[in-house]
Design a protein around this ligand. Structure first.
Ligand code: NAP
Length: 281
């Protein structure tokens, strides 16, 4: 088992040696072109996340061309010992298009740039943002394995993968996390989640709440939210945390109020009946 949930402390230990709180923070929406908030506000939100006890923060080299990583360093460096900043490489963003780029030399360059921007000697969790179909998986994961061997990357994760791709990657190096799109309304990746649960691999669902905001909540979510005096977003997050012990959601926001609301969701206790109703509905 590479990662285990400790129910008494609500932590998940990634890769056997990185304990993090089970509700993380996705930093993507703190920067952008155009930015949703000014830099000072974005810095304050990142700091507030840590103040509220968040210890797992997700970013990527491609979020606003590295600006997102720089912002996290500005906000949080020197990082408190318990904080894990996980980053990703292997995909570029051209406006509305995202293109996988998995050539080993490119991955190496991007990891070096992430180290520089994050002001780290070693990245605790480096995730391959996408599998590039034009490059053998063994070469892509092999580049990350080499970075591990050199001490520049501690653990390797994947993003948006199938069980088969995950198995292939595991032949090269231990895979400690998978970041796939997954939420209460979109459970297409259930087989990957099950595989991760069986192997003790942290499952990091992206887009954990967006479908439930802006009036998209199902009747079941609305009913449970009303009963628990919570918001639909909080119920969606609580359901994820109850659904699997390897779940590590990373809701993203550029709003301090939404951040506080999301973090509070980790304390919500759902009854087995609530979970059943939400899962069915
Ligand atoms: N691996 C990948 O391929 C991949 C892809 C996409 C994202 N990600 C990662 O996953 C993280 C989360 O994904 P995401 O940001 O796309 O989706 P998300 O967290 O499900 O949703 C974020 C959206 O929901 C809104 N929101 C958040 N909390 C809210 C609340 N309490 N009430 C109402 N609205 C709320 C945010 O708007 P406000 O700013 O107004 O709160 C934002 O528009 C990202 O930050 C990024 O780190 C990874």
């Amino acid at each position: 088992m590479q990662s285990l949930q400790d129910p008494s402390t609500s932590t998940l230990t990634i890769g056997g040696d990185l304990p993090v709180g089970r509700l993380g923070f996705g930093a993507m929406r703190l920067t952008g072109n155009p930015a949703r908030v000014d830099r000072a506000t974005a810095v304050a939100i990142a700091r507030r996340a840590v103040e509220l006890g968040v210890t797992f923060i997700d970013t990527a080299d491609s979020y606003d061309l590295g600006t997102n990583e720089e912002l996290l360093a500005e906000a949080l460096y020197p990082y408190p010992g318990e904080v894990v900043v996980a980053t990703k490489g292997g995909q570029i963003n051209l406006g509305s298009r995202w293109i996988p780029l998995g050539r080993p030399e490119y991955l190496r360059q991007q990891a070096e740039l992430s180290l520089r921007r994050l002001r780290l000697d070693r990245i605790d969790l480096y995730q391959l943002h996408r599998i590039d179909p034009a490059v053998p998986i063994a070469d892509q994961v092999g580049a990350l394995r080499q970075l591990q061997d050199e001490g520049k990357v501690r653990h390797v994760g994947l993003s948006q993968v199938t069980v088969d791709q995950l198995r292939q990657a595991e032949q090269i190096t231990p895979i400690v996390s998978v970041q796939n799109r997954y939420n209460l309304a979109d459970r297409a990746g259930e087989d990957v989640l099950e595989y991760c649960r069986g192997r003790g691999i942290a499952f990091i669902p992206w887009l954990p709440v967006a479908p439930m905001t802006r009036g998209g909540a199902s009747d079941a979510i609305t009913a449970v939210a009303a009963r628990l005096h919570a918001t639909p977003t909080q119920i969606a997050l609580a359901w994820l945390l109850h659904h699997s012990p390897v779940m590590l959601p990373i809701p993203g926001t550029s709003s301090r109020a939404h951040l506080e609301e999301n973090v509070a969701a980790a304390r919500l206790s759902l009854s087995p009946g609530d979970v059943e109703q939400l899962t069915a509905g």
